[in-house]
Design a protein around this ligand. Structure first.
Ligand code: PMP
Length: 457
């Protein structure tokens, strides 16, 4: 138990922290962050940290970008709020939607929300609405994947395939199913090749669709790279095989690009990198680089036209949020997308990615490391007791300890169970990558020694 500072006491008396053990934070005190600059944040005690997770995978431009702040200020002065309901509009919303369409020319229309969860909730409502419009009201089930992360609203949390998002929340809701996780290292069978594994994943999906009845299955949703499930990168051939099954049964494909969108994987979208065909996309986080809350669903012409055609029969399209397409958020988004282009963020990620992968791979043979995963500027070290795919008997303890050891050495990273995730701001330089990894060996060794003493390894 720590002696809490005044701010920490006020914090626990006033806040219920999301994704936090409420009892533990009362004992330890919250870590209060005060300011940010470039790839660094500083806490109340003045200590600086490399933010190796870009906040929650969102601050692609790091902290304190004056151009983005100016764009927000300008829009606050001009029109701080307006909505898009009932046919009203404003320039920032139009401009940003045009910019999204420029980057994803297969998308026909854009509708805004404020969070990734709302985007995925909207996706499901749009799929249901579309299928009603297309005269197939029985085609409504959605297939997601185990270990997927799609958010925490009731439907988004149901799409999420992680036990702690379901347990004690009475989820998932009916009509949402989960197929296999494409994690070859952990789920591959002895002797199986990656290509055979990818084929088996597609066969699992097909078997599920057939078992449910293809006429009842509306959509498949996937993150091109699973993020909060532990940074799981599917093997080559996975999405093409999955897409063939979806096509066969006319299953709409939703690419959840909330983490992978806007350069993270070294292409504009993760679905480009992973060859995932898409009928609609969920966009958030790096859409505004975390500088304002905003998300969007971009959809293909079939979905857009079906929705438009339904207006004639049932009138108003009854969906939308007060702050969906907030003008300040849209102005920020438009500026951020301009900056990504001007500073060639995709080129920057491609340039830094090999060093990032080399640095991660340097720990491949550490006794605590089972697998190293990296793509673009997102990656993970998977910790295991003996370097094999066998997980720890008590999951999460060793991962959390490594996180603490790194924090003490000035690096913020996120342990997801026993995967140590990395998702630094996309503006990170080679020197800053070196700095982020500098304490890694020592932190791993300290964690290993602790794990041995505590009987975890
Ligand atoms: N989808 C993905 C892939 C995400 O990673 C997240 C958030 N980490 C969400 C959806 C949910 O976004 P939000 O927290 O903004 O609701």
């Amino acid at each position: 138990m720590n002696q809490l500072t005044n701010t920490q006491t006020r914090d626990v008396e006033a806040l219920l922290h999301p994704y936090t053990n409420a009892r533990q934070v009362r004992l330890d005190g919250a870590h209060v962050i005060e300011r940010g600059e470039g790839v660094r944040v500083f806490d109340q005690a003045g200590k600086g940290y490399i933010e190796g997770m870009a906040g929650l995978w969102c601050c692609g431009l790091g902290f304190g970008d004056a151009e983005v702040a100016d764009a927000a200020r300008e829009q606050y002065g001009k029109l701080p709020y307006y909505h898009l309901f009932g046919g009203r509009s404003h320039e920032p919303a139009i401009e940003l939607a045009e910019k999204i369409k420029d980057l994803a020319p297969d998308m026909a229309r854009v509708i805004y929300q404020s969070s990734g969860s709302e985007a995925n909730d909207t996706q499901i409502k749009l799929v249901w609405y579309m299928n009603n419009a297309l005269g197939r009201p029985e085609k409504k089930k959605i297939i997601s994947r185990k270990k997927a992360y799609h958010g925490v609203t009731i439907v988004s949390a149901s799409l999420t395939g992680l036990p702690y998002n379901h347990r004690d929340f009475d989820l998932p809701v009916d009509g949402i199913k989960h197929t296999s996780t494409p994690h070859f290292w952990r789920e591959g069978k002895p002797g199986e090749t990656e290509a055979e594994f990818a084929k088996r994943m597609a066969e699992d999906l097909e078997a599920l669709i057939i078992a449910e009845g293809p006429e009842t299955v509306a959509a498949f949703i996937a993150e091109p790279v699973m993020g909060a499930g532990g940074v799981i990168i599917p093997p080559a051939g996975y999405f093409p095989a999955i897409a063939a099954v979806c096509k066969k049964y006319d299953v709409h494909m939703i690419a959840d690009e909330v983490i992978t969108g806007f350069g993270r994987t070294g292409e504009w979208f993760g679905s480009d990198t992973l060859e995932m065909p898409r009928n609609s996309m969920s966009l958030a986080k790096q859409l505004t680089a975390g500088y304002a809350p905003l998300s969007a669903v971009a959809m293909d012409s079939r979905m857009a036209e079906a929705i438009e055609s339904n207006s004639g029969t049932i009138g108003t399209f009854g969906h939308g949020f007060t702050y969906g397409g907030h003008p300040v958020s849209c102005a920020v988004g438009a500026k951020v997308l301009d900056i990504y282009r001007e500073r060639d963020i995709v080129g920057q990620v491609k340039k830094i990615a090999p060093l990032f992968a080399t640095k991660l791979n340097a720990y491949k043979d550490h006794p605590l490391v089972g697998e190293v995963r990296a793509l673009g500027l997102v990656g993970a070290l998977e910790l295991t007791p003996d370097g094999t795919a066998t997980p720890f008997e008590q999951p999460g303890k060793v991962g959390a300890k490594l996180g603490t050891e790194l924090l003490a050495r000035g690096v913020i990273l996120r342990s997801i169970g026993d995967s140590m995730a990395f998702c630094p701001p996309m503006i990170i330089t080679e020197a800053e990558i070196e700095e982020m990894f500098a304490p890694m060996e020592e932190a791993l060794d300290a964690t290993y020694a602790w794990g041995k003493a505590e009987g975890f390894v």
